[in-house]
Design a protein around this ligand. Structure first.
Ligand code: ADP
Ligand code: C5P
Ligand code: MG
Length: 228
């Protein structure tokens, strides 16, 4: 699939829709689940299970940013690379546009069966409070937030191992340290905010992949999300 394009034009058109009162997609038409957790907590791994069993379309903000970084002609390539290597959060308009355009493309190419709502699992987003507010105002309010709770030592070991083969600019000890810091200082406040609103399904993510998945299923089923 071609990476969604992000141009000044789409940024402008999207932000102009932000000034209108309604988001681009309605919760009547789509279900959005945010999937959060520290770097290496297992979001990508568990997403594959959820796509298979629950009919989600998986959108990883990090994957979309990496694709945009590599897209020929992107005006954001170098900027994204720098932010990712430094473990910093890319300015939200770029990420929100990529997500919003990817959702539009999926809905156009794979419309949900009649009588069902499309489901989007948005992995690694929102990582900052402003992203959460902007997305819910301009793209779509979320249904719930799935959070993988994992201690840093476990995440660090997983990321260093992943780094042996991932080819990612940020799976090295120095970037990992920076990403953990950003997670604690910038991203955990997003989880805490959603927690106060009663929207978080909290799952302990230290076990084996299949055991974590059992807990994930328990958590979302309790919120009325069932396999399809
Ligand atoms: P995230 O998307 O949250 O950064 P990933 O799903 O990419 O995390 O997982 C990070 C690394 O840890 C990957 O190499 C993955 O195979 C591995 N991993 C994921 N979940 C587990 C688990 N429960 N136990 C052991 N290793 C895991
Ligand atoms: O989720 P993932 O680990 O793939 O994200 C990699 C990097 O992409 C983050 O460390 C950050 O630099 C960037 N990112 C971002 N905003 C997001 C998600 C990812 O800036 N919402
Ligand atoms: Mg990931």
């Amino acid at each position: 699939m071609a990476p969604p394009t992000t141009t000044t034009t789409t940024t402008t058109s999207s932000s102009s829709s932000s000034s209108s009162s309604s988001p681009r997609f309605s919760p009547e038409e789509v279900t959005v689940v945010f999937f959060l957790g520290g770097p290496g907590s297992g979001k990508g791994t568990q997403s594959a299970n959820l796509v298979r069993d629950y009919g989600f379309s998986h959108l990883s903000a990090g994957d979309l940013l990496r694709a945009e970084q590599l897209r020929e002609g992107s005006q954001y390539g170098q900027m994204i690379k720098t932010y990712i290597t430094e473990g910093k959060i890319v300015p939200m308009e770029v990420t929100v546009n990529l997500l919003s355009n990817a959702m539009r493309e999926i809905l156009d190419n794979h419309p949900p069966a009649p009588g069902t709502k499309a489901r989007f699992l948005i992995d690694g987003f929102p990582r900052k409070l402003d992203q959460a507010v902007f997305f819910e105002q301009t793209v779509c309010p979320s249904e719930l937030v799935l959070f993988l709770d994992c201690p840093e030592d476990v995440m660090e070991a997983r990321l260093l191992k992943r780094g042996e083969t991932s080819g990612r600019d940020d799976d090295n000890a120095e970037s990992i340290r920076k990403r953990f810091r950003t997670f604690v200082e910038t991203s955990m406040p997003v989880v805490d905010d959603f927690e106060k609103k009663g929207k978080v399904v909290n799952v302990k993510a230290t076990g084996r992949v299949e055991d974590v998945y059992e807990l994930v299923k328990e958590g979302i089923e309790a919120r009325g999300l069932h396999a399809r």
